[in-house]
Design a protein around this ligand. Structure first.
Ligand SMILES: NC(=O)c1ccc[n+]([C@@H]2O[C@H](COP(=O)([O-])OP(=O)(O)OC[C@H]3O[C@@H](n4cnc5c(N)ncnc54)[C@H](OP(=O)(O)O)[C@@H]3O)[C@@H](O)[C@H]2O)c1
Length: 199
């Protein structure tokens, strides 16, 4: 698997720390050129490699860590997303009427034509997500949901490799709704920092 994080702000860097902790290679990209991101990437760890957006999108699993309003611009960077898994780590507080009545991840899925979309790594504050998910006696929980049945397992494997305990919530508008904001109402699992004894 080749991994990329698009968006190298608070959440992108928090996730880069998780990859660095386990020596897993990941490309990081934003609108800025790779030279601008490289010092910060190097500081996080040798497996964090700054790339152009175009080069980063050669990965098969791409974590979206941009502001929700920017997802459309990332989606346009490839003509189609066949064969890619997109992990939506974004939260949107846009009113549902601006999202065609859909939850934000279902709206995002429409923009990334052909991709398998999994919502995950979105429910914690960046400062929390950046810290070691393995604590005495437990692993920090991340919630995963998707309308694509096959897509969750590989993302759950990644979460485990990173030291998290993945909890599968099912489809986006079923269990997944628990980690969505709907307008200005946050899903009840957002910001719940939970630990499991086993991964
Ligand atoms: N902050 C949190 O605690 C938190 C918690 C949970 C979820 N989230 C979600 O995570 C997402 C990112 O939040 P954040 O706080 O990390 O934001 P942030 O600090 O503003 O970082 C956003 C990053 O996206 C890059 N970017 C913006 N537009 C882009 C584009 N079109 N293509 C590629 N890169 C682009 C920006 O870099 P350039 O300007 O260089 O392009 C920047 O590195 C949001 O959707 C937010 O809802 C945040």
């Amino acid at each position: 698997m080749k991994y990329a994080i698009v968006g190298f702000g608070k959440i992108g860097q928090a996730l880069a720390h998780a990859f660095a902790r386990k020596n897993i290679d990941v490309a990081v990209a934003s609108r800025r050129p790779p030279e601008a991101l490289a010092p910060q990437a190097r500081e996080i760890g040798p497996t964090i490699v700054a790339k152009s957006l175009r080069d980063a999108l050669e990965a098969d699993t791409i974590i979206l860590a941009v502001r929700f309003e920017e997802h459309g611009s990332v989606a346009k960077a490839l003509p189609n997303w066949e064969g890619k898994t997109v992990i939506d780590a974004m939260n949107s507080q846009a009113p549902l009427e601006e999202l065609d009545g859909l939850l934000s991840s279902a709206f995002v899925a429409k923009a990334f034509t052909g991709a398998k979309l999994v919502k995950g790594f979105n429910h914690l504050a960046a400062a929390t997500l950046a810290t070691d998910p393995v604590v005495a006696g437990g692993h920090r929980v991340v919630f995963l949901s998707s309308d694509d049945e096959d897509a969750i397992a590989p993302v759950a494997d990644l979460a485990k490799q990173l030291g998290f305990a993945p909890v599968e919530l099912g489809k986006l508008n079923e269990g997944g709704a628990l980690v969505h904001a709907r307008g200005d109402i946050w899903g009840p699992l957002i910001f719940e920092d939970l630990f499991k004894k086993e991964q």
